[in-house]
Design a protein around this ligand. Structure first.
Ligand code: 6GU
Length: 232
């Protein structure tokens, strides 16, 4: 999979060289390229922002550098992601969808955002997604793009060594994950649930399912189908 990132802070993305994604990158499974938006400016100060039309606080990212950057990066296969708190919610389903695409382009806005005409113009030549991580505000799209790249990237075949580890995870079946334990069987007086040491695989599977339901009901009841919430 090819991923391009456009940002005024390319150094944020050095973490993509670490751990699983780093290995996928050096192994050629993920081809990730990070671009400095300021390289697409032409003035001495490499200006990327200006005052908002209509007035108000903060600055807006100018359309011209974004247009030139996307002219250079887009292909016929591109899906363009604009991370923004005003976007649709990014979920495990979105990650799965993105992981199946040929070419992702992440456009990281700063300040009060990117001139909306950049998004509208990009829609005329590529599929465009405005996506949010959740209902809180970050200083820019960089950390959000990183989260989306990691969530989608680890679902690309070959990135995670043992694909079975992707199956029994939180959100893959719509429920939170069951709790995990390892040795020793007793630690600081706390026991590993005996069923997990019983060798009874059917009983273990049933216990894990019950734990998933209990945890989801307690922590994230809105994830459960209505008839399973216990509400009237
Ligand atoms: Cl995608 N961007 C920003 N700036 N803030 C966010 C976000 C994205 N998702 C949640 N908060």
């Amino acid at each position: 999979m090819r991923i391009d990132v456009v940002t005024i802070f390319p150094e944020f993305f050095s973490v993509l060289d670490v751990s699983l994604l780093g290995r996928a990158r050096s192994g050629g499974v993920l081809d990730i390229r990070v671009h400095d938006l300021r390289d697409f400016t032409h003035d001495r100060h490499r200006t990327v922002d200006d005052t908002p039309a209509g007035g108000g606080a903060g600055m807006v990212m100018k359309p011209e550098p974004w247009g030139e950057a996307l002219d250079a990066i887009l292909t016929l296969e591109s899906t363009v992601v604009f991370p923004t708190p005003a976007g649709a919610l990014f979920t495990q389903g979105t990650a799965r969808d993105l992981s199946e695409r040929q070419h992702l382009v992440f456009c990281c806005g700063r300040y009060e955002g990117i001139d909306q005409r950049v998004i509208e113009h990009t829609r005329t030549r590529a599929e465009v997604l405005e996506l949010s991580l959740g209902d809180y505000v970050l200083n820019g799209g960089e950390v959000a793009a990183m989260a989306m790249i990691e969530a989608a990237g680890r679902l690309v075949p070959g990135v995670v060594g043992n694909p079975e580890s992707l199956v029994e995870e939180s959100h893959e079946d719509g429920l939170l994950e069951y709790p995990s334990y390892t040795k020793p069987a007793v630690w600081r007086g706390l026991e590993t649930p005996p069923v997990l040491l019983s060798g009874n695989h059917a009983a273990i599977a049933a216990w894990r399912r019950e734990q998933q339901l209990e945890r989801t009901r307690r922590v994230r009841p809105e994830l459960l189908p209505h008839e399973e919430t216990g509400d009237a």
